[in-house]
Design a protein around this ligand. Structure first.
Ligand SMILES: *Cc1c(COP(=O)(O)O)cnc(C)c1O
Length: 362
């Protein structure tokens, strides 16, 4: 009998997500700048909490995450009742797609948007739809023009990955206010902490019924390996998401370490200061040798080359020096390389290799 076991329609069309590479064969001095990780790692308080969590491995975790939600609410000035925590913001994105989009529905995102949006949309049976950007920046008019009566979700990362650009809150407001009535706007704030004075869209969530915000501990807090993120939305959305969330979706370790990380003001402040200083320095060095960048609001820089071939060759030069950055052709940017802002020595190595490479380009 031939195998008659078949998955749901569309599942096999999903392109597998490619994570940032972390190894080069035969080298042990590799610097990974391909996943926007905090070069200083997790903070002292998070590491201590991680060790302490080892004593409680036999205990089931809290199912309502009350303690972490209260800490997040206090830290950001939010309503704890409308926070949901998940295994990375990826899990919140998955819940949103499961909860609001299915076969026949459209999930809208922008041209160079995060690839988890189409992946999660397709996993829910929905159709991902891309709207163009303007100069590698979210274009609210294009998103509004692409929204139809089938659009259930719109994802906007602000700042965006892999471009590093962002739009002002007034533009997000205009988007929220002009979407069709059945459409939920999701503001992905994975890099919001890096923008001084930006609340990630929290005030928009509080003043509207059609806006949700997602956040993560993976970037500024240096906890990408722990898998912890959260969402903030109107009460009616939380009612839905909480029904999709498994009762034990987060371990004691995830909950305790994330809470400790929130309280580590010294680590947060050092990470922000160093990122801003080295990001500006790196962009300037790249520009000086003829590599264009847009002003980045996040912890990475998108370096643009003359062609896909030149970007490819520069990537090879970086790899030869043990530096792993991210090729972003899957994001529609084959002529660019996304470079995470590392520590000072990593940034100097990157600038040195790229300057040498560009010199050889004549
Ligand atoms: C890194 C990133 C995330 C965070 O994903 P986690 O699942 O929280 O690790 C979300 N959105 C964007 C745009 C990102 O770049």
């Amino acid at each position: 009998m031939p195998n008659q076991i078949r998955p749901q329609p569309g599942i096999m069309d999903i392109a597998l997500y490619q994570g940032g590479t972390s190894k080069i064969a035969g080298r042990d001095d590799v610097v990974k700048l391909s996943s926007n990780e905090n070069p200083f790692g997790a903070g002292e308080l998070a590491r201590t909490a991680y060790q302490r969590a080892g004593l409680d491995l036999h205990r089931y975790p809290s199912t309502d995450h009350a303690s972490l939600r209260a800490a997040i609410a206090a830290h950001h000035g939010l309503d704890a009742e409308r926070i949901i925590c998940g295994a990375g913001s990826d899990e919140i994105i998955t819940f949103l797609c499961q909860g609001y989009a299915g076969p026949g529905d459209e999930v809208l995102y922008s041209q160079h948007g995060f690839l988890m949006y189409p992946i999660s949309a397709m996993a829910a049976g929905a159709t991902p739809v891309k709207a163009p950007e303007r100069e590698r920046t979210t274009d609210v008019d294009a998103l509004l023009a692409a929204a139809t009566e089938r659009t259930k979700l719109v994802f906007v990362a602000n700042p965006n990955n892999p471009t590093g650009t962002m739009v002002p809150v007034s533009e997000l407001e205009r988007l929220a206010d002009n979407l069709p009535p059945q459409t939920l706007l999701v503001l992905d704030g994975a890099y919001a902490e890096y923008v001084d004075g930006y609340d990630g869209g929290a005030a928009l969530v509080d003043s509207r019924e059609n806006v949700v915000m997602t956040r993560t501990f993976s970037k500024l807090y240096g906890l990408g390996g722990l898998r912890i993120g959260w969402g903030y939305g109107p009460a009616h959305v939380l009612q839905v998401l909480n029904r999709l969330r498994g009762p034990f979706n987060l371990s004691n370790t995830q909950l305790d370490v994330a809470e400790a990380a929130l309280g580590d003001a010294a680590h947060i402040s050092r990470s922000l200061t160093e990122n801003a200083r080295l990001r500006d320095w790196l962009a300037e060095r790249l520009n000086a040798c003829g590599v264009a960048t847009d002003t980045s609001f996040a912890n990475f820089v998108l370096a643009r080359f003359a062609s896909a071939e030149q970007a490819e060759a520069c990537n090879a030069a970086l790899l030869a020096d043990g530096l792993i950055v991210r090729q972003v052709s899957s994001y529609g940017l084959p002529e660019a390389l996304r470079i995470t802002v590392g520590d000072e020595s990593a940034c100097r190595r990157v600038a040195h290799v790229i300057a040498g490479f560009m010199e050889g380009q004549g």
